[in-house]
Structures are given as structure tokens and as C-alpha cells.
Design a protein around this ligand. Structure first.
Ligand code: PGA
Length: 251
């Protein structure tokens, strides 16, 4: 597995201009952690402003439409994200899948549109609690990967997969380290099945209640190449503690 640990903040529907100070603080501190790749995905309204406010950290969208333009009121296309300064976009977050009815096919089309626009992609997958309790977590995630992984010829580093168990998002609960290890190994196998050798270079992030006090343990798991962080990415202080944990593992 290649690449620096990748720590990405997902601000979700949080943030107005007052949050720019947090982005600036994250960016300044990122200079102290050259062995960690740091990025944030602010709401679309702040994308351009965050881009303007930072120098070192990556900036991305939280979703994109599959089409380049057209009569899709309220939607934002991948070329628009790129134009606003995005380096990447998240697609297929479970909140999009659940509240906006996005299917694997939708997520795949979005990921392909993003890659075609020159954006890197963080593709989210993860099982619900009921699916895990039924013993189906790996099968569910495997099927999500089969249905939503983009077809593309570019560098595998352009794609990251974020494993985010739905029941761990925003709840303070995290899977056991053994479960994270087993799932990340299963995802790696599936990615190699889908992409061949290139699948070994796709980064796999863990997401769901990552905090300063569990980050080091989660990031030390084989095939955990970084973290997608929601709540703890909203202040520079809590986010940088996670970045620091990644840096201390990667010296
Ligand atoms: P959380 O969110 O860190 O607040 O659990 C993670 C995510 O949804 O990406």
C-alpha cells in the first residue's frame, strides 16, 4: 500500500465564514506534519473561500452530480467543484445514500464524473447495524464496492475508499480493532478483484467516530490508510490531534 496517511475532515452541513479561521489553523499546523496528507471537505458554499484561505491542505466537495451541467436545481457538478478549487470529492456517503436515496449505480456514475473532471474521489461504503448483527457486513460492503467502484484507467491513487459503518457515524461507537482489520482486508481483496494489481494502491480510510483518543489505534491497523473524520474535524484543535496521531505512527 502506497502513500502517506490521509486524514480528511468532512464538515457535512456545518460551517459559515466563521469556520475559515479553523481551516487556516489546520493549514498552518499541517506544515508541522509533512508525513500526513491532510484535507477538508467543507460545505459547497465555503469551498472557494477555504481554497483561498489555505496553502497546504487539500480541499474537496462532499458530493457531486453525475452530469456536467443541466436542469438539476440545487445540484453541483464535478467540473463546478473543480472550478471552485476542489482537489477531490466524497461520493456515496451513507447520509447521501440514506437521505437522498442514492444507489450504488448513482454513486458509481458520480465517481466516474468526478474522475473525468480531474478530481480525486473518496468513495464511502459501510453496513448498517442490522446488517452487521445479521453477520452480513462483509457481504454488504463487497456488494457496495462491486456496484459503486468507478471504471477508470487513471492512477489508482486517485481513488480512496472510506469504510464507514453506518452505526459508528456520529455515535461515539467504533468497531473492534479486529473487525476493522477484517473489513479492511476484505475491502482490499475486493479492490484487487475489481482493479487487479492497481487495487493494492487504492487507499482505504476508516470513518465513524474517529477521535483523538482512538485515532492511533485505528490508524495502526493494516490496510487502514487514513481516516474520514466528521464531528472531530470541526475544530482545528480536535482535528489536529488526529493528524498528530497519524504523524506519530508514520515517523
Ligand atoms: P463522525 O462522521 O466522525 O462524526 O462519526 C464520520 C463521517 O460521517 O464521515
Amino acid at each position: 500500500m502506497a502513500g502517506l496517511p490521509y486524514i480528511v475532515g468532512n464538515w457535512k452541513m456545518n460551517g459559515t465564514r466563521g469556520m475559515l479561521a479553523e481551516a487556516r489553523a489546520m493549514d498552518r499546523a499541517a506544515a508541522r506534519f509533512p508525513k500526513v496528507q491532510v484535507a477538508v471537505a467543507p460545505p459547497a458554499t465555503l469551498l472557494y473561500r477555504v481554497r483561498d484561505a489555505v496553502e497546504l491542505i487539500g480541499v474537496g466537495g462532499q458530493d457531486c452530480h453525475a452530469k456536467e451541467s443541466g436542469a438539476f436545481t440545487g445540484d453541483i457538478s464535478a467540473p463546478m467543484l473543480k472550478d471552485a478549487g476542489a482537489d477531490f470529492t466524497i461520493v456515496g456517503h451513507s447520509e447521501r445514500r440514506e437521505y437522498h436515496g442514492e444507489t450504488d449505480a448513482d454513486v458509481k456514475a458520480k465517481a466516474e464524473a468526478a474522475l473525468a473532471a480531474g478530481l480525486a474521489v473518496i468513495l464511502c461504503v459501510g453496513e448498517t447495524e442490522a446488517q452487521r448483527d445479521a453477520g452480513n457486513a462483509e457481504a454488504v460492503v463487497s456488494a457496495q464496492l462491486d456496484g459503486s467502484c468507478p471504471h477508470f484507467d487513471g492512477a489508482p491513487e486517485k481513488l480512496s475508499v472510506a469504510y464507514e459503518p453506518v452505526w459508528a457515524i456520529g455515535t461515539g461507537r467504533v468497531p473492534s480493532i479486529a473487525d476493522v482489520a477484517a473489513m479492511h482486508a476484505a475491502i482490499r481483496n475486493r479492490l484487487v478483484g475489481i482493479y487487479g494489481e492497481g487495487g493494492a494502491d487504492v487507499r482505504i480510510l476508516y470513518g465513524g467516530s474517529v477521535k483523538a483518543d482512538n485515532a492511533a489505534e485505528l490508524l495502526a491497523v493494516p490496510d487502514v490508510g487514513g481516516a474520514l473524520v466528521g464531528g472531530a474535524s470541526l475544530t482545528a484543535e480536535s482535528f489536529l490531534a488526529i493528524v498528530g496521531a497519524a504523524a506519530s505512527l508514520n515517523t
